[in-house]
Write a protein that binds this ligand. Structure first.
Ligand code: NAD
Length: 286
């Protein structure tokens, strides 16, 4: 099985290494030297240019729309008709629809295929993948999708996978912000986070924020999830843009989104630094 991949960062490197480990012939490309070196160590062949990754299925794992646009311009002419681009980047659903249409003009399938599960899920082949696109392209890509994801969830037509991803990540951002505030209140009232988390997680206030993020990356001081604050802010902005485009009100989520913008944490920092900063923020005078 031949697979191409462009973008060998936190997510792409894990996917490429996992797929190479399953015996697939994986060819990758990235602009960033250290990512390339790490991929070589994992048995990935490195192409000298984007077009060199051409294969029946090519995965993209890129930071934003601009990068996908540039990569598709170089990649699509190099692909055979019937090839499928599986774009795991998180993007505006409208951009995804544009990329579907662009690929179709070249006889190539395109799937918006954003993922959840982080770098650990990418490196273990256990991602959850949300798919937007036509059933024929999904079937052509299925052997690769089944190797790299534990859950493959077709959501609908072009862009539907990205809509689902933005719903999910808006919830993650909101849950993290509100959990930090509620825990801050508990701590101010004299009960430590270490005592509060097991209670919330045994009760009905729990969420992935309290079950995973707070114990694993915040209370531990590890802050090594492999997902940056800048990428989460990108997802929150995309969700706000989608809400505006479709006329959907976001009152509670909108307030949480504002906290993601206002909280002074560098874009390059781990995204768990944002709820940690909210938790540590002094309370307002009553
Ligand atoms: P990252 O910044 O670690 O990796 C992106 C890689 O793309 C970098 O190595 C960069 O050099 C490369 N790149 C950028 N422009 C390029 C170009 N024109 N040509 C070739 N390579 C290029 O980001 P990441 O954390 O791996 O995330 C990738 C995508 O997956 C993003 O859209 C992100 O929102 C999404 N995502 C990330 C996570 C996570 O936990 N990190 C989880 C789910 C989804």
């Amino acid at each position: 099985m031949r697979i191409g991949i462009v973008g060998l960062g936190n997510m792409g490197l894990g996917m490429a290494g996992w797929l190479a480990g399953t015996g697939a012939a994986v060819t990758g490309f990235d602009l960033h030297g250290p990512s390339v070196a790490a991929a070589l160590e994992k048995g990935v062949t490195i192409a000298g240019a984007v077009a060199g990754v051409a294969a029946p299925v090519v995965i993209l794992s890129l930071p934003q729309e601009r990068a996908v646009e540039a990569v598709l311009a170089a990649l699509l002419p190099a692909l055979e008709k019937g090839a499928v681009v599986v774009d795991t980047s998180t993007l505006d659903p409208l951009a995804a629809r544009r990329f579907h249409a662009l690929a179709a003009t070249m006889g190539v399938g395109y799937l918006d295929a954003p993922v959840s599960g982080g770098p650990a899920g990418a490196a273990a082949g256990t991602l959850a993948m949300m798919l937007g696109g036509d059933a024929a392209a999904i079937e052509r890509a299925r052997p690769v999708l089944e190797r790299m994801a534990a859950k493959i969830i077709p959501v609908g037509g072009p862009g539907a996978g990205q809509v689902a991803k933005l719903v999910n990540n808006l919830l993650v951002a909101t849950h993290l912000a509100v959990a930090a505030e509620a825990l801050r209140m508990g701590q101010a009232a004299g009960v430590d986070m270490a005592a509060l988390l097991p209670v919330v997680n045994a009760a009905s206030g729990r969420s992935a924020a309290t079950e995973v993020n707070f114990p694993k990356w915040i209370a531990s001081g590890g802050f090594d999830s492999g997902f940056s604050a800048g990428l989460m802010r990108k997802d929150v902005r995309l969700a706000l843009g989608l809400a505006q485009a479709v006329g959907a009100r976001l009152d509670a989520c909108g307030a949480a989104a504002a906290l993601w913008e206002e909280t002074e944490v560098a874009d390059s920092a781990d995204f768990n630094r944002v709820p940690a900063a909210i938790l540590a923020a002094p309370g307002a005078a009553a």
